[in-house]
Design a binder for this molecule. Sequence first.
Ligand SMILES: [Fe+2]
Length: 220
Amino acid sequence: METLSITAFAPPAQLGPLDISIQQRISTEIDNLIEQLPGVESLTSEERRGIIARYSAVLEGNFIYWMTATLIAVRSAESRDIITANLFEEVRDSHPLMMRRFALAAHAFPTDGDALAVDADLTKVRLFMGKLESVPSLVAMAFFEGFIQRFMEYLAGLAAAQGSTEMVYTDVHGVCDIEHTQGLLRAISVESTSNPASEKVDLFEGVELLHGLIQTIVQG
Ligand SMILES: [Fe+2]
């Protein structure tokens, strides 16, 4: 399983100081979350089920929604092309179906309790995405893609410990999201140059909200 850090990627062309600081912050936030993950063997079966179920409750219905919000928010044609290519794969290959099969095979399809456990944090992210701020939305999605890619090995380990052998979701996302993260970093660079007003907003608001949501997914 690939566990490349996004800082190891070839940088987008014409990388400015803002792009570098955004990438460093994203990378630090992801490292922080990955380091905090409890060992798979230290968890009970119910705790492992809960993490898969809460992750699935968030990802299945929201990933395409948030990427679509980001598509609506961006202004440059290049950013739109990058996000459209990402959405094309999500829809053509039905990643929500992949997610559902993964959860079902691990006997971790989300219950109402799992959905409600993430409700408050999920609502905050939905409302943030509804603000349709191009650069903060792109920064949030770059962080999320980068996190997902690093999280896949752990998620696969949880499912395997629950007796599942259905690993299409984790196999696909451990690889393709490397490209997606790179594309989003490029879009941040293009968008922040073509939209100087973006410097006046909190670029990391979405990252902080997603960070909180992921902690709730993991801790319950
Ligand atoms: Fe996906």
